[in-house]
Write a protein that binds this ligand. Structure first.
Ligand SMILES: Nc1nc2c(ncn2[C@@H]2O[C@H](COP(=O)(O)OP(=O)(O)OP(=O)(O)O)[C@@H](O)[C@H]2O)c(=O)[nH]1
Ligand SMILES: [Mg+2]
Length: 219
């Protein structure tokens, strides 16, 4: 069941949820390897190097959980992380890596399409956008796919520490205008820095809301 529409993100619920143990379940390269569907799942999508793995690490407060690297295209499979049975997080392989060979891109596209279309527990996709660059054409392609699959997606700006406040505002406004036109886009945009920790508490709260995790619900 969906959380009530008037439910508000609760920072304390987010903090408590993400203080729980998180473990790596598996890396998946083909749709037949997907873990069983359980509870609530959220996917992290975005261009190569946008900061998906770093964001998951920042959320759970474990630097080495999801591998983060300087080499774009490092995460080639869907990596699943289980937050103590309350939330499954899927770190999707990055797209838009210009030098990727065609067969790799095709394999990526097949896997992602199958995953997005068939995953009934998938509650939302966090669409990570680099705060320096805003939305790119490859993001628009995945947005189109998410719209088609009716998977609600929410923009999360990353690397906010790398830009000025003015630039950040311009980019955020541009993203908001574009998202308004998309059928499956969520209107709220999160602005984050995994490096500095800004926006992480708010994103945890948003995810706790999705997972229907409330303070006092568990010890
Ligand atoms: N300054 C800054 N750097 C960041 C931030 N988030 C990630 N990075 C850096 O960006 C690079 C890529 O981060 P990853 O988390 O590996 O990106 P990814 O989206 O998982 O990349 P792929 O798995 O290749 O798709 C690394 O060098 C990170 O240290 C941030 O908030 N601020
Ligand atoms: Mg990664």
């Amino acid at each position: 069941m969906e959380a009530p529409a008037d439910a508000k993100p609760d920072l304390e619920a987010g903090r408590l949820l993400f203080a729980r143990p998180c473990r790596f379940i598996k890396g998946v390269v083909a749709v037949d390897g997907l873990p069983p569907e359980m509870g609530v799942e959220v996917a992290f999508a975005g261009r190569s190097n946008v900061g998906k793995s770093s964001l998951i690490n920042a959320l759970v407060g474990q630097k080495g959980l999801a591998r983060a690297s300087n080499t774009p295209g490092r995460t080639q499979e869907i990596n699943f992380f289980d937050l103590d049975g309350f939330l499954m997080m899927a770190d999707l392989p990055g797209y838009g890596f210009a030098e990727a060979p065609k067969d790799k891109v095709d394999a990526w596209t097949r896997l992602i399409k199958a995953y997005l279309r068939g995953r009934s527990v998938l509650r939302r996709a966090m669409l990570l956008i680099d705060a320096r660059h805003g939305i790119k054409d490859t993001d628009r392609e995945i947005m189109k796919l998410l719209d088609t699959c009716a998977v609600v997606y929410q923009a999360v700006l990353t690397k906010a520490d790398k830009v000025s406040a003015t630039h950040l505002q311009t980019i955020t406004e541009g993203v908001a205008v574009e998202l308004k036109k998309r059928p499956a886009a969520h209107p709220i945009i999160h602005v984050t820095s995994s490096e500095k920790g800004s926006g992480i508490a708010e994103l945890r709260a948003e995810l706790a809301l999705l997972a229907e995790f409330k303070t006092g619900a568990v010890s």
